[in-house]
Ligand binder design. Structure first.
Ligand SMILES: CC(C)(COP(=O)(O)OP(=O)(O)OC[C@H]1O[C@@H](n2cnc3c(N)ncnc32)[C@H](O)[C@@H]1OP(=O)(O)O)[C@@H](O)C(=O)NCCC(=O)NCCS
Length: 208
């Protein structure tokens, strides 16, 4: 676990996967984040991404997540292609240290959908959460009908834990959500089924 009693800050890792590098976001990413997340299709199926995505929103968001990371409340990665550095989207964990659990959230720019990028990133972040952050449970939700997101959750080994009717008010409409989760013990047992790479765990992480 890289969170110590003295220093709650999460030491942000850089994670290598087969096609991706997951790295900390910086203010230099703001323009691309604004461009990609500004697509209405991203806001439509997420809880807190605004639309329109105005000037300064990305800068403010990146600043706020740095604060949360400093307090050990979350970790957020830029999802980038390892061959050219292009930023594809973001993925993160909102951490509750009292319960050693975290909620995973992600989005990928529309031009990059359907290439398995989010699955690859989600798998790595799941592993990071269990192996490095010492989490006991990682969970995620998606709006009913966002089947691509549900597919990712199942592909990384999460179980469907039920539905919550009308749980979210989005753009003045009540939305049903589907709940997924995985505990560390089950992750360990099923890990071989979901592992995407044979590269040893320790070789895929570096910390800044
Ligand atoms: C959901 C999202 C992250 C998926 O990203 P992605 O990189 O395209 O996802 P992947 O390619 O890794 O996997 C998508 C899977 O869903 C499947 N899929 C795509 N559209 C689908 C649909 N309408 N119904 C069922 N499955 C679907 C794909 O075939 C793929 O499964 P497969 O590998 O078994 O073929 C992306 O669409 C997105 O950012 N959407 C807007 C934001 C959002 O919804 N975030 C999640 C909030 S819970």
């Amino acid at each position: 676990m890289d969170v110590t009693a003295k220093d709650n800050r999460i030491h942000e890792p850089i994670i290598d996967t087969e096609r991706l590098i997951l790295r900390p976001l910086t203010q230099a990413d703001a323009a691309v984040v604004q461009f990609l997340a500004g697509d209405k299709a991203i806001a439509a199926t997420t809880l807190s991404i605004p639309h329109p995505y105005g000037a300064g929103v990305a800068e403010k968001w990146i600043k706020s997540i740095k604060g949360d990371i400093a307090e050990g409340k979350s970790v957020v990665f830029a999802i980038t292609e390892n061959n050219n550095g292009n930023l594809l989207g973001t993925i993160g964990l909102m951490i509750n240290k009292e319960h050693d659990h975290a909620e995973m959230g992600y989005w990928i720019g529309k031009d990059y959908w359907g290439k398995g990028y989010c699955t690859e990133a989600a798998h790595a972040v799941l592993e990071y959460g269990f192996e490095n952050l010492g989490l006991n449970r990682i969970f995620a939700h998606h709006f009913k009908g966002n089947n691509a997101s549900g597919r990712i959750m199942r592909k990384i080994g999460m179980s469907h834990e039920g539905s919550s009717k009308g749980h979210i008010k989005k753009w003045d409409q009540y939305k049903d959500i589907e709940n997924y989760g995985l505990i560390k013990e089950d992750y360990r047992q099923g890990e071989q089924n979901y592992r995407l790479t044979s590269m040893p765990f320790a070789e895929r992480y570096s910390f800044i």
